[in-house]
Design a protein around this ligand. Structure first.
Ligand code: 5RP
Length: 226
């Protein structure tokens, strides 16, 4: 099965299995999540009353373009279920997220969610976090090179994310450094070290965040990590 189809089938299954009429739903960001947003759009068109929260401006724009009303996260007591993608998933359901640049809002939305459902194809599965992708870290623009220097002291190569020849700027007006480790041996320890660096806003380690991970495989089967 082609990569777009693998993304689509896992996204549609997540929406079909976990989104019920009347829920408040968090909408993730990225190419896999886009299929989930489109499926949620179909539910709304068929009469479901959903309150939807977007994890990025990009997702809000897509959702609104297909008739989904987007609510302010501050106006809902909690989010019933959020469906989002990931860049890496380890055997304990620990994640790296943020290659799509939305890690800050994604983490806030995940923390406000009763259930975080992660949707990936099997290419995202790793034995150890960091082996496949860099760890995105969002930093304030002021003094960002100093912040990058402190990040590199944790054992990575930190590269400022660029877009169209200029630094990529997040929805919150920050920069992202993509921090490439050989492998992340102790994700909780690393997170505690990164979070105390002045200038760091958020990191892409999503630890003990996913309740369920749905994984699509090349043969079209979908497995569930619970
Ligand atoms: C965005 C994210 C995405 O969920 C992650 O990058 C996966 O994206 P895709 O489904 O396009 O591979 O964390 O910040």
């Amino acid at each position: 099965m082609s990569e777009p189809n693998l993304k689509r089938i896992v996204a549609e299954k997540a929406v079909d299995d976990y989104v019920k009429d009347g829920m408040t739903v968090g909408l993730g960001t990225g190419s896999t999540s886009e299929y989930a947003v489109k499926r949620v759009g179909e539910l709304v068109s068929s009469g479901f009353k959903l309150k939807c929260i977007a994890t990025s401006q990009r997702t809000a724009d897509l959702a609104q373009s297909i008739g989904i009303e987007i609510h302010d996260i501050n106006d809902v007591p909690h989010i019933d279920v959020t469906i989002d993608g990931a860049d890496e998933v380890d055997p304990k359901k620990q994640l790296i997220k943020g290659l799509g640049g939305a890690l800050l809002r994604e983490k806030i939305v995940a923390a406000a969610s009763l259930m975080e459902i992660i949707i990936v194809d099997s290419s995202k599965l790793v034995e150890k976090l960091g082996v496949r992708t860099p760890l995105p870290v969002e930093v304030v623009i002021y003094g960002h090179r100093k912040t990058a220097y402190a990040l590199e002291k944790q054992g990575c190569k930190a590269t400022l994310r660029m877009s169209g020849g200029v630094p990529f700027v997040t929805d919150a007006g920050n920069y992202i450094y993509d921090c490439k480790f050989e492998a992340i041996e102790s994700p909780f320890f690393l997170e505690s070290r990164i979070d105390v660096i002045p200038g760091v806003v958020e990191n892409g380690l999503f630890l003990n965040t996913a309740n369920v991970v749905l994984v699509s495989h090349p043969d079209g089967k979908i497995t569930i990590m619970e």
